[in-house]
Design a protein around this ligand. Structure first.
Ligand SMILES: Nc1ncnc2c1ncn2[C@@H]1O[C@H](COP(=O)(O)OP(=O)(O)OP(=O)(O)O)[C@@H](O)[C@H]1O
Length: 273
């Protein structure tokens, strides 16, 4: 097979289960969708193809993990999906709305109203207590929280007796759970987490992951999480594996052992051997 043929064959590797139920048509099963998304950084000799024809459906009400070697394009994919970065070509939908081509103002509003973020650094304001941090994005947007939903989130997150504590008075795991509750508070269409447990020890990390899992199972949330950690990825319903900016594999109902095993079968390029 020539390298051109190889490239073309790889191009058709997608994780779109069935275009009939794709997000572009506004169907309920898909919370976000990319279609042939390519993202290049730089020009000429310094050009890097961070994403190369990525087509992916993110299922609604499911927990999806994105894995792959360093530099494989995980963060770029998440940033493009979340409308934080533009694409070079291809199309992206959040729910029924195509975000590629949206003007800044509309994109900012869509992000604010439909997307929740959980980053590795908790990004909590030190002078606000837990509940104030949780409702801050809604306060800024001038939206009143749905009290019943907020109570449910706070109960699920297990922080009901810590709501008046400031971040410095909470453990790392509790702080990250506040960050998770903040992402959930406005009931977004989808939540993106970039290594959300990366800064936590394994016990606190497990606490946060269990909560993310419960928010999918009990609150019907949609979560996409980038992670390097097979144990963290095993909490997901599905793992999408990236290498060199392409989707090279996926796994459903993962266990940490199966993920480790699969990672062992990647060669140096991250491709399946
Ligand atoms: N702003 C940028 N300018 C130039 N190149 C970039 C930029 N952001 C990312 N890249 C390149 O794009 C490729 C994908 O990067 P990305 O951060 O998405 O990978 P990743 O899989 O998230 O990596 P890691 O696991 O190390 O965080 C890398 O080769 C990276 O060097």
């Amino acid at each position: 097979m020539t390298s051109q043929e190889q490239t073309e064959e790889n191009t058709v590797t997608t994780a779109v289960a069935n275009p009939e139920t794709g997000g572009s048509g506004g169907h309920a099963a898909v919370a976000a969708r990319t279609e042939n998304v390519t993202k290049a950084y730089g020009e000429g000799e310094t050009r890097v193809l961070a994403l190369d024809q990525v087509s992916l459906d993110i299922h609604r009400g499911a927990f999806t993990a994105i894995m792959g070697p360093s530099g494989s394009g995980k963060s770029t994919l998440m940033h493009c999906l979340a409308g934080l970065d533009s694409v070079t070509s291809g199309r992206i939908w959040i729910g029924d709305t195509e975000i590629t081509g949206l003007k800044d103002k509309k994109l900012t509003r869509l992000r604010r109203d439909n997307i929740g973020f959980i980053f590795q650094a908790f990004n909590l304001l030190p002078t606000l207590n837990a509940i104030e941090n949780i409702t801050l994005p809604m306060d800024i947007a001038g939206r009143k929280p749905d009290q019943e939903w907020l109570d449910q989130v706070v109960t699920t997150v297990g922080l009901a007796d810590r709501l008046k504590h400031r971040p410095a008075e909470l453990s790392g795991g509790q702080q990250q759970r506040v960050a998770v509750a903040r992402a959930l508070a406005s009931r977004p269409e989808i939540i993106f987490g970039d290594e959300p447990t990366g800064n936590l020890d394994s016990r606190a990390g497990a606490e946060v992951l269990r909560f993310l899992r419960r928010s999918v199972d009990d609150l019907d949330q949609t979560i996409v999480m980038v992670t390097h950690d097979p144990v963290a990825a095993a909490y997901a319903d599905r793992i999408v594996f990236l290498a060199d900016g392409r989707i090279v594999d996926e796994m459903t109902e993962p266990t940490a052992d199966r993920v480790l095993d699969r990672m062992r079968h990647f060669d140096g390029q991250g491709r399946v051997s």
